[in-house]
Ligand binder design. Structure first.
Ligand SMILES: Cc1cc2nc3c(=O)[nH]c(=O)nc-3n(C[C@H](O)[C@H](O)[C@H](O)COP(=O)(O)OP(=O)(O)OC[C@H]3O[C@@H](n4cnc5c(N)ncnc54)[C@H](O)[C@@H]3O)c2cc1C
Length: 454
């Protein structure tokens, strides 16, 4: 993998940027320096809490720098949509507060349809958009052509659904910029420092145990992405979180054919700030079979049966992955934890579909031809069986707030949940209906209601 290109995974060869000394005591420790942990730390600091943010590798080194960069309201789960609409406004404010470093831009998101059946499926979501006065609308083939420039003989779409107020940002630079903002508000941020455990007495959180010492705290926010379930498992708490690999490729800069983000049944693309495109095969991911998959298979059956075509099953995860057979599930506080053994989860991308991707791009934009792909990367997407996250207190450990399982769409909504976390920590009303995101839904006998796909 080429690491020096200025988009995609964080460049691990650059010097550590956030290296604050560990405080002895804070109000709240945030675990994980992805978009969710960083946003939580920022809003917690705004709310007046003293905060320490711990990241085992580098800020945004996992999913939060590897994603497509879509800030998407379009096609959201009905309960996520109000939070996402609010998050979209927050992105605007955060971009201003970072002097444009997030590169947030509203260029719209278009879900393109090549067949009537696909169009019907896309249109079926419009009722949810209407309920929330979102600006999503249906486009005919001619209207699509007014937005997306296609050359002679191009693949034709019969229509699309389109949300002009949707946007994008450059993940690899946005999250470190937001972290800089949090640090300027007083958050101590320490990269290369894994949290190994919670110190708990009589069910109450006392401190967070890191590889560099303990931090006393009244509360902790667990925003560790794909690693959250492993840390909880050490404390006897089970959540049915699984992870899938998803791969992305970047094109060299080329003329603008559409300034926003779009996808059809084959390919998704978005214009980057440097004039290139991030392109991916739509809805395709790899699931490595491990003990977590076997343990939670029944909970996953409803969604798996709906999306099995998008999933390729792999027999075994590479060593030290969270759900590898030999990854430790228990360890002592003074022992190297699995989080230190894998500072940065950097999956090898699946490049076997790159030629298909180039052909699909050229079929849609023959005037541009097959694009030059400068590089490819992958990320492990953490997901819950109903494709919406858990954002709630952990019942078994008083003081721990869990915000994880973003299910493939946490970049855009991250600031929204970050602000909600600060309200939960302060025991204030969140202003949103949060029942859908409750911790207990996987164990209280209620029927899971799968949201839209990852
Ligand atoms: C290829 C791909 C495309 C995607 N496209 C989009 C998109 O277009 N739009 C969108 O909204 N979402 C998208 N997503 C999903 C989005 O990236 C994630 O939902 C989001 O980044 C999750 O953020 P997070 O902070 O929860 O987790 P992460 O970004 O994974 O961050 C968790 C962090 O916690 C750290 N950590 C873990 N354990 C510990 C520990 N014990 N101690 C200290 N630190 C720890 C990790 O090192 C990591 O940096 C995509 C994801 C991928 C992989």
């Amino acid at each position: 993998m080429q690491r020096h290109i200025q988009h995609g995974p964080i460049n691990l060869d650059t010097p550590i940027r956030f290296n604050d000394a560990l405080p002895d005591e804070v109000d709240i420790v945030v675990i994980g320096g992805g978009i969710v942990g960083v946003s939580s730390a920022l809003f917690l600091a705004n709310a007046g809490f003293s905060v320490s943010l711990m990241e085992k590798g580098r800020i945004a080194c996992e999913q939060s720098s590897r994603n497509w960069g879509w800030i998407r309201q379009h096609g959201r789960d009905a309960d996520e949509l109000p939070i996402m609409m609010h998050a979209s406004r927050l992105w605007e404010e955060l971009d201003a507060a970072t002097s444009g470093k997030t590169a947030f831009k509203r260029g719209g998101i278009m879900y393109l349809a090549s067949t009537r059946a696909q169009m019907d499926k896309r249109e079926s979501w419009l009722e949810i958009a209407k309920q929330h006065q979102l600006d999503t609308r249906i486009l005919t083939a001619d209207q699509v052509a007014e937005h997306i420039q296609q050359g002679e003989g191009a693949h034709k779409w019969i229509g699309a659904t389109y949300t002009p107020s949707d946007g994008r940002a450059e993940p690899w630079q946005a999250v470190p910029a937001l972290c800089g903002l949090a640090q300027a508000k007083g958050v101590t941020v320490t990269e290369n420092c894994a949290v190994r455990a919670f110190e708990v007495t009589n069910g109450n959180l006392q401190s967070v145990v890191t590889e560099k010492g303990n931090i006393k705290c009244g509360q902790a926010v667990l925003a560790a992405g794909t690693w959250s379930s492993l840390l909880l498992q050490r404390h006897g708490v089970s959540i049915p979180q699984l992870s899938v690999r998803s791969s992305v490729s970047a094109t060299a800069p080329m003329p603008e054919i559409f300034g926003g983000n779009a996808g059809d049944e084959t390919m998704a693309f978005r214009r980057r700030a440097d004039g290139g495109y991030n392109i991916s095969i739509s809805a395709q991911h790899d699931l490595y079979i491990g003990p977590g998959v076997l343990r939670h298979v029944l909970k996953w059956l409803p969604v798996a049966s709906k999306h099995w075509r998008d999933t390729r099953f792999r027999s075994n995860a590479p060593q030290n992955y969270p759900d590898h057979w030999k990854t430790n599930r228990t360890w002592a506080e003074d022992e190297t934890s699995p989080f230190e053994r894998m500072r940065v989860l950097d999956p090898k991308p699946d490049t076997s579909k790159n030629e298909t991707l180039r052909q699909a791009f050229a079929a849609r934009f023959p005037q541009l031809g097959k694009p030059t792909l400068t590089h490819s990367w992958a990320g492990m997407i953490d997901a819950m069986p109903d494709i919406v996250p858990i954002v709630d207190r952990v019942p078994a450990i008083d003081g721990v707030i869990l915000v994880t399982g973003m299910s493939g769409h946490g970049f855009g909504i991250g600031p929204g949940f970050g602000e909600i976390v600060a309200k939960i920590a302060a025991r204030n009303p969140t202003g949103f209906e949060m029942d859908r995101f409750r911790f207990s839904r996987f164990s209280d006998g209620s029927k899971l209601r799968p949201g839209p796909s990852i």
